[in-house]
Design a protein around this ligand. Structure first.
Ligand code: OGA
Ligand code: MN
Length: 235
């Protein structure tokens, strides 16, 4: 499993991009409550280098707040935590795309979690799109982060969909051949993100480390974060 996941990533050097200049303004009164106390309207969860880019990728980058309830998050943690706790966080593989993590896969779920997976598959994938067998579970330590990479085109198809548990975070997308083009996604705890097509193939994605975790000028403290990621198969 480790091998597949390691092979499934192509690592990229961290691209240069201007640190702020997001389009959206922060902190509105409506929208998702988050564990960092930050609130953004649903249409403010994605910002980027230009409005034109945000528009162009709007069908390929999605963040759905409150995709799972607190109870569902609890049910997922109850199923995942015992297995994860047996592993140690890995920090010392300098060439890994991920720093400070442990991971597992899951094919079978209890009733509540299977309901969540059904809902996720229904919104992220078209009917009949063959999915990569087991779901990938990635547990990032508070000090952990994911470096810029593009998931393997050999093993993974056009769509990546991930649930975020336990912590808010910031995902950055940078165009591989034009690093001035970037998007930042605010991923609240219990949200679902979906990356498709160009956003998945032409842009690297990364999860920022706590010290760099800033969205739209606002600090987004990064705690331990678990992601539950579904991918489809290449056609
Ligand atoms: C990965 C990845 C993102 C996340 O494992 O390839 O990009 O949300 N994960 O954890
Ligand atoms: Mn990835």
């Amino acid at each position: 499993m480790r091998l597949l996941i390691t092979v499934a990533r192509r690592i990229h050097k961290r691209p240069l991009c201007s640190p702020t200049s997001c389009l959206s303004s922060a902190a509105s009164s409506s929208g998702a409550a988050t564990n960092s106390g930050l609130q953004f309207r649903d249409d403010q969860l994605v910002c980027g280098s230009t409005g034109e880019l945000v528009q162009r990728l709007s069908g390929q980058v999605e963040v759905r707040t409150e995709f799972i309830s607190e109870e569902e998050e609890g049910a997922l943690m109850k199923e995942l935590e015992p297995g994860l706790r047996k592993k140690r966080y890995e920090f010392d593989h300098w060439d890994d795309a991920i720093h400070g993590y442990r991971e597992t896969e899951r094919a079978q779920w209890g009733v509540v979690c299977e309901g969540v997976m059904d809902r996720l598959r229904a919104v992220a994938f078209s009917e009949g799109s063959p999915l990569l067998g087991p779901v990938h579970v990635l547990d990032l330590d508070k000090a952990g982060y994911i470096k810029p990479h593009i998931d393997s085109v050999k093993f993974c198809g056009s769509t990546i969909a991930g649930l975020s548990l336990l912590s808010d975070s910031v995902m950055r997308l940078v165009r591989e051949d034009e690093t001035a083009e970037w998007l930042n996604l605010f991923l609240p705890r219990r949200s679902l993100y979906i990356l498709r097509d160009q956003a998945r193939y032409k842009f690297t994605h990364e999860i920022l480390k706590d010290a760099e975790s800033i969205f739209s000028g606002q600090r987004v403290p990064r705690h331990r974060r678990i992601s539950v990621i579904c991918r489809n198969l290449p056609v």
